[in-house]
Design a protein around this ligand. Structure first.
Ligand code: COA
Length: 395
C-alpha cells in the first residue's frame, strides 16, 4: 500500500511539474495550528460543539471524522482504545482519525476544533448567501430539487461536467433523498440537466488527497459510497429515473435500485469499470445478473459493453424508451398521472417488493465498497485515472 501511495504521489509530482495539472489543487481539509494563539477556552469549545449542531449543511464524512478525532483528543487525549476489527468500517475509520492525531496536546486539539467549526460556520453562511431560498428550504449547489404535482424532482446539475458526481453531489443526493423520503410527494424522479444524464463518478475526486494520504482517501470514499448506495436501497417511495441522455458508471449501476427507468432513445448505458481498473458498485454485481442474466451482465460489468437505450430496455434494465423529440412531454404526462395514485398503496407495494431483499442488498453494498476500496489503490486504477486527468490537462 505504501508503495502505491508513494507511486501516486510521485506521478502527481511529475504531472504537476509537466502540465497544466498545476492548476489542480489539493483542497483537503487543513487544520491550522497557530502556535501563538492557542487560547480556546472550555467555554469556546462548548460553544463550538453547539455550533456544529446548527450547521446548515452536512460538512461531509471527511470533516465529520476530523471533528470526531479532535473532540476525542481534546477531551480524552491520545487514542487509548483498541483498534476495531477490519470489517467494522465506521468505527475503524473513527479510530484511525483519532489515532492519526498522535500525541497532539489536548489544548491544541481544542483550539483546532474551535477553528475548524468556525471555518465551517462561515463557509456555510456564505454558501447560503450564494443560493438564497425560502426559510427552512434545503439548499444545494450541485442539484436542483423541486416539488410539484406530488412529484419531487432531483436534477443532477453540473451540465458542463456532464453531471459527473463529485463528493459534494454524493452528499447532496444523500440529503435530497432523505428529505424526499419525508416530504409529501408521492413519487420521486431523478434526472440530469443538459445533454447527459450523468457521466458517473467525478474522476477528479481522486485528486483531493487528505493529509492521511491515499489510503485514508480510499477508506473515506468507500464509506461515503456505502452511505450513498444505502440511501437508494432504503428509499421508501417509488423512485423513478428519467434518463435524458448518456449514463456512465455509478449512474448506470444504481438504476438497478430504482423502481422504474424511463429513457430517451438518445441515452446510452456504459459501465467501463475494467477499463478504469475498478469493479462494480451500486449493488449491480447482484441486480444486473438478476435483471438480465449473468452472460449479459458480464458483458456490461466486466467487458464494459455500452448499451443503447433499446438494448438496455430489451435486457430489462430500462422500463420503456421514448423518442428524444417527445421524451419530456410524454414522460411528464405519464408521471403526473402516476403521482395521483394513492400514495400509501404505492409506498406499501414498493416496500413489499424491496423489503424481501433489503438485508441482502446492504450486505452486497458493503462487500462491493470494500472491494472498491482496494481497487482504488491498485496500479490499474491509479494509472487509468492519471491517464484521464493527463488527457484533460493536455486539452
Ligand atoms: N469525471 C470528471 N470530469 C468529467 C467526467 C467525469 N466522470 N465526465 C466528464 N467530465 C468533464 C470533462 O473532463 C470535461 O471537463 P473540462 O471541460 O473541464 O475539460 C467536461 O466534463 C466535458 O466533458 P468532455 O470529455 O469534454 O465531453 P465529451 O462529450 O467529449 O465526453 C464523456 C463525455 C463522459 C464520454 C467523457 O468526458 C468521459 O469519458 N468521462 C469519464 C467518464 C467515466 O469514466 N466515468 C467514471 C465511470 S466509473
Amino acid at each position: 500500500m505504501a508503495g502505491v501511495a508513494g507511486r501516486l504521489a510521485r506521478r502527481w509530482c511529475q504531472n504537476q511539474a509537466q502540465s497544466p495539472l498545476q492548476v489542480i489543487s489539493f483542497p483537503s481539509l487543513q487544520v491550522h495550528v497557530n502556535g501563538t494563539a492557542m487560547r480556546a477556552s472550555q467555554e469556546d469549545f462548548k460553544n463550538a460543539m453547539n455550533q456544529v449542531k446548527l450547521l446548515k449543511k452536512d460538512p461531509g464524512n471527511e470533516v465529520k471524522l476530523k471533528l470526531y478525532a479532535l473532540y476525542k483528543q481534546a477531551t480524552e487525549g491520545p487514542c487509548n482504545v483498541p483498534k476495531p476489527g477490519v470489517f467494522d468500517f465506521i468505527n475503524k475509520a473513527k479510530w484511525d482519525a483519532w489515532n492519526a492525531l498522535g500525541s497532539l496536546p489536548k489544548e491544541t486539539a481544542r483550539q483546532d476544533y474551535v477553528d475548524l467549526v468556525s471555518s465551517l460556520s462561515s463557509s456555510s453562511e456564505s454558501s447560503s448567501q450564494l443560493n438564497p431560498g425560502a426559510e427552512g428550504e434545503q439548499k444545494y449547489e450541485t442539484l436542483v430539487v423541486t416539488s410539484e404535482d406530488g412529484i419531487t424532482k432531483i436534477v443532477l446539475n453540473r451540465p458542463t461536467k456532464k453531471n459527473a458526481i463529485n463528493t459534494q453531489m454524493y452528499q447532496e443526493i444523500i440529503l435530497a433523498l432523505k428529505a424526499a423520503s419525508k416530504d409529501d410527494s408521492t413519487i420521486i424522479v431523478m434526472t440530469g440537466n443538459g445533454d447527459y444524464y450523468c457521466s458517473g463518478n467525478d474522476l477528479t475526486n481522486f485528486t483531493d488527497i487528505p493529509p492521511g494520504g491515499v489510503e485514508e482517501k480510499a477508506k473515506v470514499g468507500a464509506m461515503m459510497l456505502r452511505d450513498f448506495v444505502g440511501s437508494f436501497i432504503d428509499f421508501p417511495k417509488p423512485l423513478i429515473a428519467v434518463v435524458n441522455g448518456p449514463a456512465v458508471g455509478i449512474s448506470v449501476t444504481t438504476l438497478g435500485l430504482f423502481d422504474a427507468v424511463y429513457a430517451s432513445d438518445r441515452a446510452t448505458f456504459h459501465t467501463p469499470f475494467s477499463h478504469l481498473g475498478q469493479s462494480p458498485e451500486g449493488c449491480s454485481s447482484y441486480t444486473f445478473p438478476k435483471i438480465m442474466g449473468t452472460a449479459k451482465a458480464t458483458e456490461m460489468l466486466v467487458f464494459g459493453k455500452k448499451l443503447t437505450a433499446r438494448e438496455a430496455c430489451a435486457q430489462g434494465l430500462v422500463t420503456e424508451v421514448f423518442p428524444d423529440s417527445t421524451f419530456q412531454k410524454e414522460i411528464w404526462t405519464r408521471l403526473k398521472a402516476y403521482s395521483k395514485l394513492p400514495p400509501n398503496a404505492m409506498r406499501i407495494s414498493k416496500q413489499i417488493i424491496r423489503n424481501m431483499e433489503k438485508e441482502k442488498l446492504h450486505a452486497i453494498n458493503a462487500e462491493e465498497c470494500s472491494v472498491l476500496q482496494g481497487r482504488w489503490l491498485s496500479d490499474e486504477c491509479i494509472n487509468a485515472v492519471m491517464d484521464f486527468l493527463s488527457k484533460k490537462a493536455k486539452l
